[in-house]
Write a protein that binds this ligand. Structure first.
Ligand SMILES: Cc1cc2nc3c(=O)[nH]c(=O)nc-3n(C[C@H](O)[C@H](O)[C@H](O)COP(=O)(O)OP(=O)(O)OC[C@H]3O[C@@H](n4cnc5c(N)ncnc54)[C@H](O)[C@@H]3O)c2cc1C
Length: 651
């Protein structure tokens, strides 16, 4: 008689699909075949050249490819080898030493940031794959402190500071956030009062809530800080301006009239020395005002070509948009890397089934539904993020480009960082206990990059910027409202897909407009009305990003070599179905889709996942992430060999 276990096994075997429909067994292939092969995909359903897809997703001009290779060589220096098992002090020291190697080699510099922002962005993205603490420490120094000098300062500042920034002679901090004010930068309390008798500004922290908080490089290494403070001249308030304030002397001692404290242990980014700053009527020369958008003459006369305080503030924060572009791009790379690790493991790890013939975990539908839609989403986002980078790097931006940059960077920073966090969670779980080990990389990215949702603009606040812009477009009659499309004849037709996402966005814009008008009619202020609509606003911001992502993806498919079109279309269909499925409630409650069409879309996900099953491994192996940065043992074809007795992994 069959035992209970045997009966269950027989039933399960009966229910699982025949092995022939599943892809070739990667665990028996050599690493070279699986990971680095330029051969076409071996799937029976779709074929493409992996190198071709790698290059198409990379989308970099030749000179940048050369720079990338050069940086990759530099990153082979043993100092960049993985090392996790350290206390905070050791993390900070290693991060500093790594930063100095990069700076000494001239691989990252403010001069380069100015000359070739795309090269700068791509180099920083690569450093983030090696060690997020390293890219954040350098980012604070160059992209924030240095960028403030470059874009908020004038020639006198460039002459005085750029060389010292590029050599780390003047390690910098960026002092925007205070304990009492983070997202609301216009509300900072630190004051800068002009003293015309000495031609100095007096920088002061008037209360404990005004202490500068979370300031990168402040706890240990920073010597100067670009401080955001309210400018006062003769008791007249001129709004927020930015000042270069010395915080340490060259010998590392704290500067006079400055107090510094460490921010302490945190969730991640252990290598970044975040600190708190107080200024006790600290005097700085008049020239230390970064005066591109507003200046103070010797006699105390205020001069600016922008009369409105809030517009002036807008001009001052606009150049800082690069941080958001970098977060979106880096978050996408990390998503791809985590998916590469988890997917490779999923195609070689076996669990359950008959003895000697256990099932690869990728064969479980739950595994496919966790990994494949995210693979498709990462491919989809590649095209939107690439477009964002191009807009950012455009040297002579039209006013439309400036507006697009603001809206796209706000929306994509929020959505890509959330997507990455979701992907890190899913991939961590997909790897089981292995996902918990630092040496398998996913866990560390989880803790180091958790902050992406908060700094460089809190995601919920950023999506309000997107919604505000769409509302203005609507009010100015520049927004085309769209009707729902119930036609379900072909849910894989691009026109149907884009019409569906356009309808949701346009329905949300008009709903938002009506809701706010109703609030105003009831005598509420715009601020109160806005607050009652924040749920709709968040949905609208996300809907906008989904729509532009689909549109850019379609453009990418149109321009792709013909051999790549089919695989990209499969990804587009899965991306679309997944996105609609996530928000099915909205589509059904607001009559955006017929129930039968919604059902079709929902049902299509399992089918698309099974279409992706034979090619999922090839697809992640075509991702534009250099192999050099993937050292997780579970990503290797024979992961068991990676754990043979005596091979230590306690770094
Ligand atoms: C590791 C790390 C490094 C950092 N480095 C720097 C640095 O170098 N320099 C620097 O100046 N700052 C730095 N920051 C600070 C960072 O920029 C701020 O934390 C961020 O701007 C958010 O501000 P907050 O923490 O005060 O949060 P808050 O703005 O108080 O937000 C708290 C919550 O309230 C919500 N909220 C706030 N306002 C609204 C609104 N209008 N509508 C809806 N919801 C809202 C947010 O969504 C959030 O969930 C760093 C922070 C960290 C953690």
């Amino acid at each position: 008689m069959e035992s209970y276990e045997e009966r269950v096994r027989n039933i399960v075997n009966h229910l699982t699909p025949p092995r022939e429909v599943l892809m070739n067994d990667c665990s028996s292939s050599s690493e070279e075949q699986i990971l680095n092969s330029n051969e076409t995909s071996s799937s029976s359903t779709l074929t493409w050249n992996k190198q071709e897809l790698f290059e198409y997703l990379e989308a970099a001009p030749q000179h940048i490819k050369v720079a990338k290779k050069k940086l990759q060589e530099l990153l082979k220096d043993p100092i960049f080898a993985p090392k996790y098992n350290m206390n905070v002090q050791q993390w900070r020291e290693l991060t500093l030493q790594r930063a100095l190697v990069i700076i000494k080699a001239g691989a990252i510099s403010l001069a380069e940031f100015n000359r070739d922002p795309m090269k700068y962005l791509i180099s920083m993205e690569m450093l983030n794959l090696v060690d997020p603490s390293l890219s954040v420490k350098l980012g604070v120094h160059f992209s924030l402190f240095g960028n403030a000098v470059l874009n908020l300062g004038t020639e006198k500042h460039h002459i005085k500071y750029i060389k010292d920034i590029d050599t780390w002679k003047l390690p910098g901090c960026f002092g925007m956030t205070e304990l009492g004010h983070g997202s609301n930068v216009q509300g900072v309390e630190t004051t800068a009062t002009y003293d015309k008798t000495t031609q100095e500004f007096i920088i002061n922290t008037p209360s404990d809530s005004a202490q500068k908080f979370w300031i990168g490089n402040a706890a240990c290494h920073g010597q100067a800080c670009s401080v955001f403070a309210q400018l006062y001249i003769d008791n007249v308030h001129y709004g927020v301006h930015v000042f270069i304030v010395p915080i340490r002397n060259a010998d590392g001692t704290t500067a006079e009239n400055v107090r510094i404290m460490d921010n302490g242990h945190k969730l991640g980014l252990q290598g970044v020395d975040n600190g708190r700053l107080w200024f006790d009527n600290k005097r700085i020369p008049r020239d230390n005002l970064l005066n591109k958008f507003g200046d103070v003459e010797k006699d105390g006369t205020y001069v600016s070509s922008i009369p409105s305080k809030s517009k002036r503030f807008g001009s001052m924060v606009a150049p800082l948009v690069g941080g958001r572009v970098l977060i979106a791009a880096s978050a996408l790379n990390v998503s791809k890397m985590a998916l590469m690790i988890a997917t490779r493991y999923a195609y070689s790890r076996r669990q359950f089934g008959s003895k000697g013939n256990e099932i690869r975990i990728i064969e479980y539908l739950t595994h496919q539904r966790r990994l494949f839609p995210m693979i498709a989403t990462s491919v989809a986002l590649s095209f939107a993020v690439e477009k964002l980078k191009r807009i950012y790097c455009e040297p002579n931006k039209s006013s439309q480009n400036v507006k697009d940059l603001h809206v796209w960077s706000s929306g994509l920073k929020a959505v890509v960082s959330w997507t990455k966090t979701n992907i890190l969670q899913l991939t961590r779980e997909c790897c089981g206990g292995q996902g918990f080990s630092s040496f398998n990389q996913i866990a560390l990215f989880k803790s180091d990059l958790e902050i992406d949702m908060t700094y460089e603009g809190d995601n919920h606040v950023l999506l309000q910027q997107v919604a505000r812009n769409l509302l203005v477009e609507l009010q100015k009659g520049r927004y085309t409202l769209t009707n729902p499309n119930h036609d379900s004849s072909n849910i894989h037709d691009y026109d149907f897909q884009v019409q569906t996402l356009k309808w949701r966005e346009s329905d949300l814009v008009s709903t938002l407009s009506q809701k706010i008008m109703a609030q105003l009619d009831q005598g509420r202020s715009l601020e109160q009305g806005w607050n009652t609509c924040l749920d709709t606003i968040t949905l609208l911001g996300k809907a906008f990003v989904d729509r532009i992502t689909l549109e850019e993806f379609q453009l990418g498919i149109k321009n792709a070599p013909s051999s790549l079109k089919a695989v990209l279309e499969l990804c587009r269909n899965l991306f679309f179905s997944w996105k609609v499925n996530e928000d099915l409630g909205y589509f059904l409650c607001h009559d955006g889709l017929a129930t039968s069409t919604a059902q079709k879309i929902q049902d299509s996900i399992n089918v698309l996942c099974s279409d992706m099953l034979p090619i999922g491994l090839d697809l992640v192996n075509s991702f534009n992430i250099p192999e050099q940065f993937i050292h997780a043992p579970i990503s290797k074809p024979d992961y068991i060999q990676e754990f043979r007795y005596g091979l230590k992994r306690d770094y």
